[in-house]
Design a protein around this ligand. Structure first.
Ligand code: MN
Length: 256
């Protein structure tokens, strides 16, 4: 089995090496991860400055870009340095949960999105808080990957997995993304030179949905949410079609 491993916490993060070490006996692993932490970088690709590649070991590389840059560069051969067709693209283990609506901000999940877009089964792993046991989470991740690998390959498979902090988790629950109630607080402050600056903060609260990923973690389960990138609001295509909106070529007035 060949595994491409990336993350958004950076090449030196504890979580990626815990996952690497847990899988090392079971797979050929290529690590391509950001030089620096890229949490909440979402699905950004670097287009406006050059990307530097630093080789740390035969199959370990750091890119001074985003998680998506890392996965794309790895799959495209790292400038001819490597020819690696992964069976799975794995991302994480992230230091902190990636749940519900917040997955759209997540660099961890974005690396899995990128693997998915490139045609590989992809899984994002996150540990609820940075204080949980990465070794235990990585062992659980290994069990899941081995079980998935034993099944028929589903190229479109895209999974978001979150581990609770407690090693005494009760099992695995397949979930849906929950919805966050946005109560972001924009904290306005003044710097020593009298200029205003802002911190985005506030603590999230979540809709009560027993099928959600958040509820699974709260109940002590490992949460696994299958995702896809089909963002089209299909019923709304029908609805908007009945609204009579129109544009004429070249902005000319509609013929009466
Ligand atoms: Mn992160």
């Amino acid at each position: 089995m060949r595994i491409l491993l990336s993350n958004d916490d950076g090449i030196n993060a504890k979580g990626i090496w815990a996952l690497h070490d847990a899988l090392a006996d079971h797979a050929e692993i290529l690590v391509v991860a950001p030089e620096r932490e890229q949490s909440a970088s979402s699905h950004a690709l670097t287009m406006h400055h050059p990307l530097r590649l630093r080789q740390l070991d035969e199959r370990v590389f750091a890119v001074d870009g985003t998680p998506s840059d890392c996965v794309l560069m790895a799959v495209r051969g790292l400038g001819g340095k490597i020819d690696f067709v992964p069976d799975f693209v794995l991302s994480g283990i992230n230091h902190g949960a990636n749940l519900g609506d917040d997955v759209t901000y997540s660099g961890t999940v974005a690396a899995a999105f990128e693997g998915h877009l490139l045609g590989f089964p992809s899984v994002a792993f996150s540990l609820a808080s940075g204080t949980g046991d990465f070794g235990l989470a990585a062992a659980a991740a290994r069990e899941l990957v081995l079980q998935l690998a034993a099944r028929e390959r589903v190229p479109t498979l895209l999974l978001n997995v979150n581990f609770p902090d407690s090693p005494e988790y009760r099992g695995l629950r397949v979930t849906s993304l929950g919805h966050r109630r946005y109560e972001d607080v924009i904290d306005e402050r003044t710097d020593p030179r009298g200029k205003t600056y802002y911190w985005i903060g506030g603590s999230p609260s979540w809709d009560d949905d027993p099928r959600s990923d958040m509820a699974a973690l709260k109940d002590g389960f490992v949460s696994m949410t299958p995702l896809h990138l089909a963002l089209t609001d299909v019923p709304m295509v029908e609805t908007i079609g009945t609204w009579g909106l129109s544009l004429q070529p070249n902005g000319s007035k509609a013929a009466e």
